[in-house]
Write a protein that binds this ligand. Structure first.
Ligand SMILES: C[S@@+](CC[C@H](N)C(=O)[O-])C[C@H]1O[C@@H](n2cnc3c(N)ncnc32)[C@H](O)[C@@H]1O
Length: 188
């Protein structure tokens, strides 16, 4: 696979937290949840991961499939999947879910997190980046779901939190809000 596929196909660079996670996570089987047109999946593929890339948006998946086909990439599998179904059917060394959970119906998020945890190999990792809603920084966007302070770390009780913060960030429209950012390792 040639380098810089994101650039070649006009995609944004991979999410910075996916890039950072690769300092800790060795290549293995990865699941990119809410992959859109594949900026993170392509990055992970180029890092040596075998990637299942899922999204509910068929048009976005079609773009990724087209890149995968043009490049003859055998290690990235784009697939339609509704995250809210919480019905993963394989286990992974790395599950990445960046800026996606906030689009999932809030009543399904506990089930989605439990399913991700259950389908992570022992010693494997989950990466989550998701918008928050807090007293100090009420979420200015009308997302179906946002984390409360401490909610994500509580959901990963017993896991090793390799990285965890609830820092304030700025969206492309200038809105300021907190994001829960977590890289967690599943214990033995
Ligand atoms: C803001 S994009 C993030 C894309 C990518 N994770 C990234 O870091 O660039 C959110 C993605 O989540 C997808 N999505 C939203 N709800 C979903 C669901 N229920 N199941 C699967 N994908 C979903 C959207 O189609 C969109 O591609």
């Amino acid at each position: 696979m040639s380098a810089d596929l994101n650039q070649k196909y006009g995609l944004n660079p991979a999410h910075s937290e996916v890039v950072s996670a690769c300092e800790f996570v060795n290549p293995g089987n990865a699941l990119d949840m809410g992959c859109s047109n594949g900026r993170n999946a392509l990055y992970l593929g180029q890092r040596g991961f075998a990637v299942t890339a899922v999204d509910i948006n068929q048009a976005a998946l079609g773009q990724l499939q087209s890149i995968v086909s043009q490049e003859g990439i055998a290690t990235i599998t784009p697939r339609v999947y509704d995250i809210s179904s919480a019905s993963l059917d394989a286990d992974y060394d790395f599950i990445s879910c960046t800026v996606t959970l906030m689009f999932v119906e809030s009543s399904r998020v506990d089930a989605v997190l439990a399913d991700m945890q259950q389908h992570t190999q022992v010693g494997g990792y989950n990466l989550i980046v998701c918008a928050m809603d807090s007293a100090d920084y009420p979420c200015p966007m009308n997302f179906p779901f946002t984390f409360e302070p401490g909610q994500l770390s509580a959901a990963y009780k017993g896991w090793e939190l390799v990285k965890y913060n609830e820092d304030v960030g700025t969206m492309h429209n200038g809105a300021r809000l907190q994001f829960a950012t977590m890289l967690a390792r599943k214990p033995a």
